[in-house]
Design a protein around this ligand. Sequence first.
Ligand SMILES: [Ca+2]
Ligand SMILES: [Ca+2]
Ligand SMILES: [Ca+2]
Length: 368
Amino acid sequence: MKISPKFWLFFLISWSWVSCDNQENQTFLPDGPPRIEFPVDNPRVQEGGILKIEPLIYNDSPQSQYTWSEFGEVISNEKVLNNYAFEHAGNVQIVFEVNNGVGVAQDTLMVEVYSNDGGDREPEKYIHRIVSFDPAPGQFINQQNIGTLAGAQKLIGKKRGGLLSLGAFGGSITVEFEPAIPNEEGMDLVIYGNAFENSAEMGIVEVATSEEGPWYELAGSEYAKSTTIKNYEVTYYRPDSDMDDVRWTDNQGQEGVINHMGTYYPQNHYPDNQGDSFKVRGTRIASESYQENGSWKNPAPENGWGYADMTSINDGADNFDISWAVDENGNQVKLSEINFIRIYTAVLDNAGHLGEVSTEIAGIENLH
Ligand SMILES: [Ca+2]
Ligand SMILES: [Ca+2]
Ligand SMILES: [Ca+2]
């Protein structure tokens, strides 16, 4: 791997800075909770390649405890993530946590792991075509790899073709499968996301045999709950400037904002291709992110099933059975196969410094 001179310069500066800091703090607790900065915003590495990530930590102390995790699995407890191998192509979300004895800081880093392009495309098993990408506002929206139509195209023909963020409530992707996915006994398809423990960002899945519909929701564990709101509508409004929050109103008399995430994500969080305002509608599932010991948590519902970007096990794989399809009145619909899948973010929630809760999709697989 080639490391840029900028990185080494940063490394040397941060190393000497941290060395002094450690000496000063031998006998004192730090002044306040830690704060994390990564030297590179979006590092890239080839599939199977290794990467060293050295964060800059303010208020670090000799007693600090460090945790690095990928998809909720702890991969290191060192201060520096050293020579870690990235096995799967796609955008990998790494979470780094520091506890300095006074407080806890947590930050995420998106690592782009690019494919060797070794002919691993299996078009008949994976997404055949992107019909449309209609994101809602979010911190990744309008970012080339993760929040644009070009980013969506990378999911075609692959199990994990990258990572696509749908933005806040109602943001969606619609894809075609060719040949159709048959409805056989048991599970029929898998949607890969980037959920990890205490980070579920649930998306509702709809299916159809024709692009024009009718569309049927796959009714998951939350479908009949009293906290689930059917026919929920949100209108988003284009902000005055790129760095502003995005305002929303809903059809329940509520309003709020999708927070702009500042200099880490300096682009406008409102989708480029939308006018002054736009409306999304669907089913809203309850979500209440909360902060615990400095970490933001957004756990999946207990025994939850039937949503995209919810399960942290098996590489973030959520399984679906086409037999879960229901019509708009909640009646079960018998489908022998489907060609079209639409996924939309089904929650409207903010998780502090982690930003809006938004479904991510890495790929979809036909199990038959
Ligand atoms: Ca089935
Ligand atoms: Ca997200
Ligand atoms: Ca996610």
